[in-house]
Design a protein around this ligand. Structure first.
Ligand code: ADP
Ligand code: MG
Ligand code: MG
Length: 206
């Protein structure tokens, strides 16, 4: 079954709720390698997104995701605002002016979103950023058989493994790179919030 606009709304709300529950965890991860604000940054942004969802209605997926992206860019400072903001803006462009999203279209949207993250942040695989979770997630999504739910399950599982593997990496982008070798031994906060986004998708879209 394709995902409807109301499923996409549920995805964003579920993500906001998860981030809200996990502020302390994300902050703790960022305290180890950065400036201890990833939880509060993402929570501020996603609560603004919930406010938008409560007050506006959207006729198509691209309009919805573009508004989400613009909201995050304007509400969140730091690296994650522009990166997640660009992600959602490009997801909107990649999905297009549709009111139902099938597995292939969602895959194209996610891929476009990640390309936006790369264009903005210039990360490469192994730099210990959110891209290290996204790259294997996209590969698993495309490689999985079946409907949106099956593909998102594969993507979320791959991202979770990759998130854990970021602990072995030395950061080469973002604040964590200031720590050099001392960044190793800690999970990347943005990889952790990326897994939450995919798990929220898995749990709401099918
Ligand atoms: P800041 O580092 O400005 O305080 P956050 O703490 O909210 O911002 O977000 C940090 C996360 O942003 C990192 O854990 C990492 O995943 C991600 N990040 C930082 N720089 C980049 C980049 N150039 N490309 C991709 N992701 C990045
Ligand atoms: Mg930070
Ligand atoms: Mg910061």
């Amino acid at each position: 079954m394709p995902a409807t606009l109301s499923d996409l709304d549920a995805w964003l709300r579920r993500y906001a709720a998860t981030i809200h529950d996990q502020v302390a965890y994300l902050t703790e991860l960022d305290a180890a390698v950065g400036d201890a604000d990833h939880g509060t940054n993402m929570d501020r942004g996603m609560q603004k997104v919930v406010g938008v969802l409560d007050s506006e209605s959207f006729e198509a997926a691209d309009a919805l995701f573009k508004k989400v992206g613009m909201t995050l860019v304007s509400a969140v400072g730091g690296a994650s605002g522009p990166l997640y903001g660009t992600f959602f803006l490009r997801v909107g462009t990649g999905i297009g002016t549709v009111s139902e999203v099938d597995a292939e279209t969602l895959g194209a949207g996610l891929r476009a979103g990640v390309e936006g993250v790369l264009a903005r942040g210039k990360a490469e695989l192994g730099d210990k950023t959110m891209y290290d979770a996204w790259a294997p997630a996209l590969e698993a999504y495309d490689g999985a058989e079946g409907d949106i739910g099956d593909r998102l399950t594969a993507a979320a599982d791959a991202a979770a493994q990759a998130r854990d593997d970021t602990a072995g990496l030395v950061a080469r982008k973002g604040r964590a790179s200031y720590l050099g070798e001392r960044s190793a031994g800690h999970v990347d906060p943005g990889a952790a919030s990326t897994v939450m986004l995919l798990e929220a998708a898995r749990d709401t879209l099918s």
